[in-house]
Design a protein around this ligand. Structure first.
Ligand SMILES: Cc1cc2nc3c(=O)[nH]c(=O)nc-3n(C[C@H](O)[C@H](O)[C@H](O)COP(=O)(O)OP(=O)(O)OC[C@H]3O[C@@H](n4cnc5c(N)ncnc54)[C@H](O)[C@@H]3O)c2cc1C
Length: 390
């Protein structure tokens, strides 16, 4: 194994995991983060089985499960008629993975956990509050400019998120589109499970306005729900965030008179970088691709990339091209296509088509072979298998 000097830009969940993986493989690692503290806004929590396998390899799995909630099932509902359409059970994946489950742990907890481990390692350094402003490279090394000076590295992992400074600095196109609607996340203590009898991960279809419900542990481990709604394309931020409209949205999802803890509004995109590698710099996670969050796939895919890349960086330089060759098509096939299909599933307007889709879901859930094959794809286990073959 070659011991390399690796600089990771961005201490989100992907950069932190990439840095920890590289450090555990024996590289000298510096993790640079623009902010003084890790962003704890409510984004990813759904962690799929192959990602849990990676967290186990990194020695994080027990702590990760302890800080989250185990969800063995997920459900599809028809929201207007308050009907359960189908339930999928990850126990059907027994024998395929050591973790036949999803764990709902908030993404900032993962970043903080990985950073905690890095701080105890002799050859790893974590620098917060240092924004990267530029990048240049020759055939031997990369130079990173920050607000506080320059740093040199053999390789750089750009995990600096959807608006990646490095991706822009390297002039890599971010192909795709932005959805006209935004996604509103309402965090509430209202107990949807008690009210509806739904499970911890529930997708509710509605032609006018769908809802995704997730229970997370919260920092106090006392539990809270995130209800995700689409906004109307013509709805202003003020309107979407106003008390009246939030109350009405919760009521349409059967949470009458519920209070809320936080509101967050996100723009949503489907974009993939034209290149995942330029010379000695590799794009990873949201810096390389962004997608709508329905299905809980984007961060999971980013962590698979971080792990793959950390494995490649200790090997022969001629093998490094494998990163882009396999990761870009995998993201398009298993994350972009799937999340667009998931969104369509929830918002289908044609009544006959809606019933047809529901019937299809019911039949898939009832047939053991189809149930399992549906979960193999939805859990990214199929993508992880393809990565090994690619
Ligand atoms: C509502 C919502 C729900 C989601 N749910 C899921 C889910 O359940 N499962 C899932 O898999 N995905 C989900 N996602 C997607 C997931 O949140 C992202 O894929 C994830 O945040 C990507 O992590 P990252 O580390 O690549 O980027 P980020 O989390 O964006 O982190 C990038 C980091 O880089 C830092 N940075 C930026 N610029 C610089 C710079 N110039 N210099 C230094 N540092 C810099 C930032 O401060 C930040 O800390 C969801 C997204 C949303 C919006």
């Amino acid at each position: 194994m070659q011991r390399r000097n690796i600089l990771v830009v961005g201490a989100g969940p992907v950069g932190s995991v990439a840095a920890l993986a590289c450090a555990r493989f024996g590289h000298r690692v510096t993790l640079l983060e623009a902010q003084e503290r890790i962003d704890d806004s409510p984004r990813a929590s759904t962690t799929q089985p192959p990602t849990l396998e990676i967290l186990a390899e990194l020695g994080l799995i027990d702590e990760y499960i302890a800080q989250g909630l185990v969800a063995r099932t997920f459900q599809f509902w028809d929201r207007p008629t308050r009907r359960l359409i189908a339930e999928f059970d990850f126990s059907r994946l027994r024998g395929e993975t050591a973790y036949p489950m999803v764990v709902q742990t908030e993404q900032h907890k993962l970043a903080n956990m990985a950073i905690g481990r890095l701080r105890d390692m002799a050859d790893a350094e974590v620098i917060l509050g240092s924004r990267v402003t530029g990048v240049s490279q020759d055939s031997k090394q990369v130079k990173i400019e920050t607000e506080n000076g320059e740093l040199l590295a053999d390789y750089v992992i750009a995990a600096d998120g959807g608006r990646s400074t490095l991706r822009k600095g390297l002039d890599i196109e971010f192909e795709g589109y932005t959805w006209p609607e935004r996604f509103l996340v309402i965090t509430t203590k209202f107990d949807f499970q008690a009210e509806l009898g739904c499970c911890l991960r529930t997708y509710m279809a509605d032609p006018d306005e769908w809802t995704n419900l997730f229970k997370v542990a919260g920092d106090d481990l006392k539990g809270r729900w995130r209800a995700v709604f689409n906004t109307r394309p013509d709805e202003t931020d003020e309107e979407a965030l106003s008390d009246d409209s939030v109350r009405a949205r919760l009521a349409r999802c059967y949470a009458q008179n519920a209070d809320w803890l936080h509101l967050n509004l996100y723009s949503v995109h489907q974009r993939v970088a034209k290149q995942f590698r330029k010379g000695r710099v590799f794009l990873c996670g949201d810096a390389a691709h962004v997608n709508n969050p329905i299905g809980g796939l984007g961060l999971n895919c980013g962590i698979h990339e971080a792990w793959d890349l950390a494995n490649l960086l200790g090997g022969d330089e001629s093998k490094l091209d494998a990163y882009e060759r396999r990761r870009r098509p995998l993201n398009i096939k298993y994350v972009q296509e799937q999340t667009v299909a998931n969104k369509k599933q929830l918002e289908e307007r044609d009544p006959a088509q809606r019933e047809k889709r529901f019937e299809e879901l019911r039949r898939t859930a009832e047939d053991p072979a189809r149930h399992k094959s549906f979960l193999m794809r939805a859990s990214l286990l199929e993508s992880a298998r393809d990565a090994i073959r690619a």
